[in-house]
Design a binder for this molecule. Structure first.
Ligand code: ZN
Length: 300
């Protein structure tokens, strides 16, 4: 059964608040920074609630979970897929932006869900399906979920990672895992043809590199021939120092998968206007590793 995302977007006609947020995307200003690969900036004030969200354990515990069905707007339709509910994201970054939430309230986790990530990429071949670790971008770390966006496939950072031959980490009958440093940040690229084998390759990688699933971002895309590429970006830090800086030095950015793939969502106009290529490189170097060697040494 494939996921009918079109019907979900059609349902927005009866949910004006979300529809208005999608229409507002037309006026989101964009510009590009000359980093290699390029960094694209999006000035999107509606995302401030997500960028500035308090995601510490106490703040999360005290608020009602906005991904649980009883707490969601009654007008928000969903499509059931396995143990998930597929929703239109009511606070979008992209014109085609889905949230795929676990039907039950359990903590954000990739372990045990890699086969689902693989299958979602196959079910949504026009989309990039992505995962934010519980401590690096998930605004609901207490409720397991993925997101998906068509436009994320256009990330130049993602393209650089997928096109890079990289350094082999695992190569066996299940598939291949390489470490790519070509985009200026460390990424592990899993190439696979089968959901269970993808899960096995991820488990092997996580053991070899002592990965913390709360501190990684992941994205999966499906090729025309059914091969799935899963990219894992390990994180060393959630927010850069600029997030908490005062005055001119402050840049309000909370890097999640979208940002580490070179698409910076900035809710404040002053940040959108002042941020430089050097700032973008500095922010990525704070929150990501630059090489497989660096991660290996830091985990020892
Ligand atoms: Zn929940």
């Amino acid at each position: 059964m494939s996921i009918d995302a079109h019907t979900l977007f059609d349902s927005l006609t009866s949910w004006p608040e979300a529809r208005d947020n999608y229409m507002a995307l037309d006026s989101v200003e964009q510009r590009t920074l000359p980093t290699t690969p390029a960094t694209r900036l999006f000035f999107n004030p509606a995302r401030v609630r997500s960028t500035a969200a308090k995601v510490d354990a106490e703040s999360v515990r005290r608020r009602p979970c906005f991904l649980c069905r009883p707490n969601r707007p009654a007008r928000q339709e969903y499509v059931l897929w396995r143990d998930y509910e597929v929703l239109v994201n009511p606070f979008p970054i992209f014109p085609h932006h889905l949230t795929i939430v676990s039907s039950i309230h359990v903590p954000q986790s990739l372990t045990g869900r890699v086969a689902d990530l693989f299958a979602l990429a196959v079910e949504l071949p026009q989309y990039a399906v992505f995962f934010n670790g519980g401590q690096c971008g998930a605004s609901a770390p207490d409720h397991a979920h993925f997101q998906a966006a068509m436009e994320l496939r256009e990330s130049e950072v993602l393209r650089a990672i997928l096109d890079d031959g990289g350094k082999p980490i695992v190569s066996n009958a299940d598939g291949l895992v390489v470490a790519s440093e070509a985009s200026g940040r460390l990424a592990y690229h899993i190439v696979c043809h089968d959901a269970m084998r993808a899960a096995g390759l991820f488990a092997t990688l996580a053991t070899l590199r002592t990965l913390d699933e709360n501190m990684l971002n992941a994205v999966a895309t499906c090729r025309r021939d059914g091969t799935v590429d899963i990219v894992i970006v390990p994180r060393r830090r959630f927010r850069p120092w600029q997030f908490d800086a005062q005055g001119e030095a402050q840049i309000m950015i909370s890097p999640a998968t979208v940002e580490v793939l070179g698409l910076f969502v900035l809710p404040r106009r002053e940040d959108f206007e002042k941020i430089s290529a050097a700032d973008a490189i500095d922010i990525i170097s704070q929150v990501c590793f630059t090489s497989d060697n660096e991660l290996t040494i830091s985990n020892k």
